[in-house]
Design a protein around this ligand. Structure first.
Ligand code: XBP
Ligand code: MG
Length: 229
C-alpha cells in the first residue's frame, strides 16, 4: 500500500521554468552579460539540471571556461531575482495540485519533495502558495546542493527515502521531466508523469502512469496509487 507521494517541484508542483528563465536572463543583464536564453535554447539547456550546472554547461558549450566562483555568484544573483518574483505570488500551483494535496492528506498519505532547485526557491514558492506553514504539508524535502549528483541521478530521491525512513515500494513519485523520471526510477520508485510545457517532448518511458495534466491528478493518482501498490 503506498504511504508517501514525493513531488518534484519545478514543472510539477508549479510551472516555474519560465520564471527561472526570466530570472536567469535578468541576472545576465544585471551582470553586463549579453547572454539571452530564449525558450528554444532554455528547453535544450534544461537537459542539464541545476542552475549552476546549467550556467557552466552554457559557458563550456560556447567554448569558454566555467570558473566556479563566477558561476556561483551569477547563480546567487539569479536566485535572488527568482525568489523575489515568486514570493510576490507570481507562480500558482498547477491546476489540480492543491486539490490533490488536500485529497492525499485526507486519505492519510504523507507528502514530500525531491527537487533539484535550491531551498530559497522552495521557500519562496511554497510560502506564497501554501502560506508560512507549508512545511506541515511537506515536512520532508530533498533539494539542490543537499546531494552531490543531481537528477537524473537517484541521489535526491534516496535522500528523501532516508529522511522518511520508508522503502521505495511504499512511495510514488510525481515528475514532469525525463531527468526526474530517471532519478525516481533509479531509486526504485513508481513514477506518475505529468508533462509540463518545457518537457513536452521528453521521453518519459519508465513512468507507470502518464497524465496529460494535473486536473485529473486526484482521482487518477489516488486510484493508480492504490492500484500500483
Ligand atoms: C528543475 C531544475 C532546477 C531549475 C532551476 O528542478 O533543474 O535547476 O530549473 O532552479 P526540479 P535552480 O524539476 O527537479 O524541481 O537555479 O535553483 O537550480
Ligand atoms: Mg521538474
Amino acid at each position: 500500500m503506498v504511504e508517501v507521494v514525493i513531488f518534484d517541484l519545478d514543472g510539477t508542483l508549479a510551472e516555474t521554468e519560465e520564471v527561472h528563465r526570466l530570472a536567469f536572463n535578468r541576472a545576465f543583464a544585471d551582470s553586463g552579460l549579453d547572454w539571452d536564453w530564449d525558450v528554444p535554447l532554455y528547453r535544450e539547456l534544461l537537459k542539464v539540471t541545476g542552475g549552476k550546472e546549467r550556467i557552466a554547461h552554457f559557458i563550456e558549450r560556447s567554448g569558454g571556461r566555467a570558473e566556479p566562483g563566477f558561476v556561483a555568484e551569477l547563480h546567487k544573483a539569479k536566485t535572488a531575482i527568482y525568489t523575489r518574483m515568486v514570493a510576490a505570488g507570481g507562480v500558482p500551483l498547477r491546476p489540480g495540485v492543491r486539490e490533490f494535496i488536500a485529497a492525499a492528506r485526507a486519505a492519510g498519505l504523507e507528502l514530500a519533495i525531491a527537487t533539484t532547485t535550491s531551498m530559497p526557491n522552495i521557500e519562496a514558492l511554497l510560502g506564497a502558495a501554501l502560506g508560512p506553514n507549508w512545511r506541515e504539508v511537506f515536512p520532508v524535502v530533498g533539494a539542490g546542493d543537499m546531494v552531490e549528483k543531481k537528477k537524473p541521478a537517484p541521489d535526491v530521491y534516496r535522500l528523501v527515502l532516508d529522511k522518511l525512513g520508508k522503502a521505495p515500494e511504499l512511495c510514488v513519485a510525481i515528475e514532469d521531466s525525463r531527468n526526474g523520471v530517471l532519478a525516481a526510477r533509479g531509486a526504485g520508485l513508481t513514477v506518475v508523469a505529468v508533462r509540463s510545457p518545457f518537457s513536452a517532448d521528453d521521453d518519459l518511458a519508465g513512468a507507470s502512469v502518464e497524465l496529460l495534466n494535473c486536473e485529473g491528478l486526484t482521482m487518477a493518482l489516488l486510484d493508480s496509487v492504490t492500484r500500483l501498490s
